[in-house]
Design a protein around this ligand. Sequence first.
Ligand code: KIV
Ligand code: ZN
Length: 384
Amino acid sequence: MTKKEKIIVFDTTLRDGEQVPGCQLNSKEKVEIAKDLEDLGVDVLEAGFPISSPGDFNSIVEISKNVKKTIICALSRAVVMDIDMANLSLKDAKRKRLHTGIGASDIHIKYKFKSTREKVLEQAVSAVKYARKYFDDIEFYPEDAGRADQDFLSKMVEEVIKAGVTVINIADTTGYNLPDMYGEKIKFLKNNVPNIDKATISVHCHNDLGLATANSIAGLQNGARQVEVTMNGIGERAGNTSLEEVVMALHAHKHLNFRTGINTKKIVPLSKKVSKLMNMPVQRNKAIVGANAFAHSSGIHQDGFLKHRETYEIIDPEVVGVDSSSIDLTARSGRAALSHRLSLLGITLSKIELETLYTKFLEMADKKKLVHDEDLYELVKKKK
Ligand code: KIV
Ligand code: ZN
C-alpha cells in the first residue's frame, strides 16, 4: 500500500461554530477550547472574525498568545479594513493565516453585493494583493461556491492564486450540493484551473441537507486535501461538517489511504466540553459522539454484540475516548443481554430462574422503558 496522504484538518468551531445564537463563548473559554483543539491535533484553527466585535478581536489576540504549534487563522471579507484588523489580531501568533473571500454565486453577486462578476473578481484580487503585505499564508473563500457558475468560479480561483493565495476554500455555504456534484466541482477545478497545483483545495460544507460529511469526503476523494470542520458539527442553521465524522470515516475506510493528525482518543472528551461550554446539547443518536453511538438496545443486536463486538460496531469506542460500549436493558432486550448484565452484577441464575425473571423483566421494561441495575436487584429480591 502507498504511503497515506495527510488531510489537513481546519477547525472552525470557534468561528463558524460559534456563530450559532446562544453558543457565544468568552475569551477565557475560547482559549481553553483552542488549547484543547491544538492538543487534539488540528492543523489550522480558525479563531474568529476580528472585525465583527471587540470581544472576538480580543479572543484571537489571546488565542494567538496561548497556542504554540497550530496555525491560527482569522476571517475577513475582501475588504482592507478587515484585513488590517485580522493582521493586528494575529500579531502574536507563531504561525498565522488570513482567510479572506467574497461571494462567487450570481445570487450573492446580484442580491448581496448588487454588483457584477467583473467587479467582484477585481475586489477579490486586489484584497489578496493587499493582504500579501502581511501574510504568506492566505486562504481564499469564494462564498457560495457550491452554487456558483463553474467557469466564473474557475476564473476566480485562477486569479486569486495568481495574486498569492495558497489555499482555496470551495465553500458550499448553503449546503446545497449532493456528494457527486460537489466531488465533480472539485475535480473540475483540479483539472481545469491552470495554476491549481500552486494551492491546496479545501472543502467547507454545510449540513442543510444532512450531507456535509458525505460532501466533504467526496471532495477529498476528488483532490481536496484540507477539510473544514467543527466539533459536534456545530454551526449556523443545520451546522457544519463534523470533525468527528470525517476523521472517523477516514479512519474506518483505510482504503481511502488518508490520514489526519487527530488524536482520536480525545474526540469524545472534547465533544462533551464543547457541548457544555457552548450550551449546545448533542443529540443522542449523533454519529461518534452521541450518547447512543455505542449503546445497543435490541435483543438481536445485543446477542450478536455479546458474541462478537464487530457484529454491530464498526468503531471500537475506546478509539474515540469512550470507556466501553453499553447494553441498554429495554423491552426489546433478549435473554442474552439480561443474563450478561446479571453476571456483571455477580448474580447467577439457573435457566429456569432466568426464564421466570425474564418475564418479570419484560413487564417492568414495558412500563419503565429503561431498566437499571437497581431494578434488577429489586426483581431478583422479589423472586426469592
Ligand atoms: O460557509 C461559508 O461560506 C463560510 C465562509 C466565510 C468560509 O463560512
Ligand atoms: Zn461556513
